[in-house]
Design a protein around this ligand. Structure first.
Ligand code: GLC
Length: 723
């Protein structure tokens, strides 16, 4: 038991020893990692077992000059051994309990092996599905990302970081990484101060308020300043304004990359700038104090800043209980899922499935002896884990096996057909012949996880390979079919979606993904997920998101294509009012699937939406008064199901143009057939005001409109905010 306080430890450390505490490195070779531990490094990546981790901790404690234990970090983003749906899929659940369930189980599995720090949750708001990393976050909406991110932080960390089944969270990537131009990973971001506050900073403020132990800086430059050297945001906003007392860690080699950004002369200059700006731990890069030789000389950075960084690191280690016991109990190490963790993962996966279309109630499939063809690469693929899972996560099964188990009386034919990327004319011909002998075809297509995630940006976000041709060929047979879309991001589905009677959005759902999909297809589960990130009609439509501004010339959604006729230049538009509006000549207006879209196997209707008051003074709101929005959801169908009720705020007249709607509340609610359920939301000044472009939060008198909707019904409520 080491009873030294962080301050006492700091007082006894040399300049080099302090610098060494401010770095995390990875080494595949355990001997190299042991040498770093003996040299007094502050943190290391997990060496993939409790035994090897304990050896590193022992080396740090018994052989380093100061005996300080190690932070042991790892990206546990949506599972360690039990893999949960990807975070974007989790967002589709519109249910805080889903990311929380993931975090609790992932933390227990990871901590048992000696991990004590996870680089998660990722809360980057993303509005460009070309960006591969949309899979790691909670979609396009800041309010949803803030809520789910905070829930995940709380679940990773529990009530006491010394517990054997929790992890220090690291909310990332600070900030506006998702605003990368063209959706090209690591690309430049240029964001107004107002947008930065309203959209990108809010999930971080929320995660810090939820107690996040650490924050990771983003790779991108923001308005010309790389985030790894962004003093105003790292220190003045995150640490001073938000009161963040934890650790800011750089991303992999993010400090060294300041040289390539063109703001640092060399790596030493980069380290100096980052630490001075408010970064506390450098990830990767050259050793800060290899062989006790400091990379930057004493005085290169204000000594008080270095001491502050070291104290933040030591306090985190203290909070994790590493000075009392840094060792994992190897006898209790968990290296595989259990039936209970798999059950929880499957429950989570079932809540993430979105029913996009269901014409003629093709779904759920009736039990019985019908002849079903299952085709498409995801018929037999096991690639359901999604991006950012460690290679030791439990493998998923196949959709073919799961469907056969769920619908044993059907006569199944499986022809996996088109490979994800390869030519497949013969496969398609075979599938067509088999379809002709079937009563129904399930076409399981999508995006392999290998083209999702970090550095996985795609310029063309349609189904890769010949999958679209497979769908068209099956559609040409006239046999009823259902498309099951398994993907890491929203895709452009225009080429085939209108021909598909039914379509399920099934993401990458993790270890029990196939089983979850099968239960929805068979009707054992009534899907309740909603689209958390807009599906554009074309990549050229991006960015497109639900909370855009109206513009001075808004185009009517659903406007006729007539005005887009190619000859419009010759004959003149047939409707001037419609022509000179914000639209594309060559594309239907509006998204293919909007944020919040999702169907059910039953029918809901919204009732009795009301406000606790129709008028309230700004002064009362600023003093903490809340307005309560209430509504009732009735299930008028014959099956139990979940509905998702959303509350949007509109501010028709303000000193700055406002988004046409801003999400201000969401609630997923289970409603039995024939029953009703009440929901209510409390809104305060933080929900009703907005940020201006001078970094000021303002609440203005005027009429606000609160819309309560479940995606089908909607009720608008007026709230008059008086001076
Ligand atoms: C990666 C990612 C970051 C991750 C880190 C450590 O490059 O950007 O999200 O946590 O490296 O693996």
């Amino acid at each position: 038991m080491d009873t030294r306080t962080p301050e006492e430890l700091l007082a006894g450390m040399t300049w080099s020893q302090k610098l060494a505490q401010l770095q995390i490195l990875w080494r595949r070779d355990q001997d190299d990692a042991l040498a770093l531990a003996r040299g007094g490094i502050g943190a290391l990546f997990w060496p993939q077992s409790a035994e090897r981790t304990n050896a590193l901790q022992r080396a740090a404690i018994e052989e380093s000059a100061h005996g300080i234990p190690l932070l042991i970090g790892l990206d546990v983003l949506h599972g360690q051994f039990t893999i949960f749906p990807t975070p974007l899929a989790q967002a589709a659940s519109f249910d805080r309990s889903v990311p929380a369930a993931d975090a609790r189980i992932s933390a227990a599995e990871a901590r048992s092996g000696g991990v004590n720090w996870t680089f998660a949750p990722m809360v980057d708001v993303a509005r460009d599905p070309r960006w591969g990393r949309v899979v790691e976050g909670f979609g396009e909406d800041s309010f949803l990302a803030a809520a789910l991110g905070a829930a995940k932080v709380a679940a990773y960390q529990g009530d006491d970081l010394t517990a054997a089944d929790v992890l220090a969270a690291c909310v990332k990537h600070f900030v506006a990484y998702g605003a990368a131009e063209a959706g090209r990973d690591y690309n430049t971001t240029d964001v107004s101060r107002r947008r930065l506050r309203e959209t990108y900073l809010e999930p971080f403020r929320s995660a810090v308020a939820a107690g996040a132990a650490s924050v990771m800086a983003a790779f991108n430059s923001l308005n010309g300043t790389p985030m790894h050297a962004h003093r105003r945001l790292l220190t003045d906003v995150l640490k001073a304004e938000y009161g963040f007392e934890g650790v800011v860690v750089g991303d992999a080699d993010g400090v060294a990359q300041l040289v390539r950004h063109g703001v640092a002369r060399d790596e030493a200059d980069a380290v100096r700038q980052s630490l001075a700006a408010g970064l506390d731990i450098v990830m990767g890069g050259p050793e800060l104090a290899g062989d006790d030789v400091p990379l930057i000389e004493r005085g290169a950075v204000d000594a008080a800043r270095i001491d502050d960084a070291v104290l933040r690191v030591l306090r985190l280690k203290k909070a994790l209980g590493l000075f009392q016991n840094p060792f994992a109990d190897a006898a209790a190490e968990r290296t595989a899922p259990t039936p209970q963790t798999l059950r929880t993962a499957q429950d989570a996966a079932e809540r993430c499935v979105v029913l996009l279309k269901n014409q003629g109630a093709v779904l759920p499939l009736p039990a019985g002896t019908q002849r079903i063809l299952l085709t498409g690469p995801y018929a037999t693929s096991t690639d359901h884990l999604g991006a950012w899972v460690q290679h030791f996560g439990a493998q998923a099964g196949t959709l073919a096996d799961a469907l056969r188990a769920e619908l044993p009386e059907a006569t199944w034919t499986v022809a996996s057909g088109a490979e994800f990327l390869g030519p497949s004319d013969a496969d398609i011909r075979e599938a067509v012949l088999l379809a002709a002998k079937s009563d129904l075809v399930l076409i399981a297509v999508g995006e392999p996880s290998s083209i999702s995630g970090e550095a996985g940006s795609r310029a063309d976000i349609r189904l890769p390979g010949d999958q679209e041709h497979l769908i068209q060929a099956i559609a040409d047979t006239g046999v009823p079919f259902v498309v099951i879309l398994i993907t890491g991001r929203p895709l452009v589905v225009e080429a085939w979606i209108d021909r598909a009677p039914a379509a399920l959005l099934a993401w990458h759902l993790g270890t029990r993904g196939p089983e979850a999909i099968a239960r929805v297809v068979a009707g054992a589960v009534n899907p309740g997920g909603r689209v958390p990130m807009t599906f554009p009609r074309a990549a050229g439509q991006i960015p497109i998101h639900h909370d855009a501004e109206n513009t001075g010339r808004p185009a009517r959604t659903g406007g006729s294509m007539a005005v887009h006729r190619w000859d419009v230049g010759l004959q003149g538009p047939n409707n001037l009012d419609d022509y000179y509006t914000s639209k594309f000549l060559d594309l239907e207006r509006g998204p293919r699937f909007a944020f919040g879209h999702g169907l059910s196997f039953t029918t809901f209707c919204l009732e009795a939406a009301s406000l606790s008051t129709s008028e309230i003074p700004c002064t009362e709101l600023r003093a903490g008064a809340r307005v309560v929005v209430s509504a009732s959801v009735r299930n008028v169908g014959e099956r139990d199901g979940d509905d998702v009720v959303l509350v949007y705020l509109s501010d028709p007249v303000a000193s700055l143009a406002q988004p046409v709607q801003r999400l201000r509340g969401f609630r997923r609610v289970a409603v039995a057939a024939g029953e009703a359920a009440s929901v209510s939301f409390e809104l305060g000044v933080d929900d009703l005001g907005f940020w201006d472009d001078e970094d000021r939060f303002v609440l203005e008198p005027g009429e606000l409109v609160l819309t309560v909707t479940d995606g089908t019904d909607a009720e608008r409520l007026a709230l008059n905010v008086t001076p």
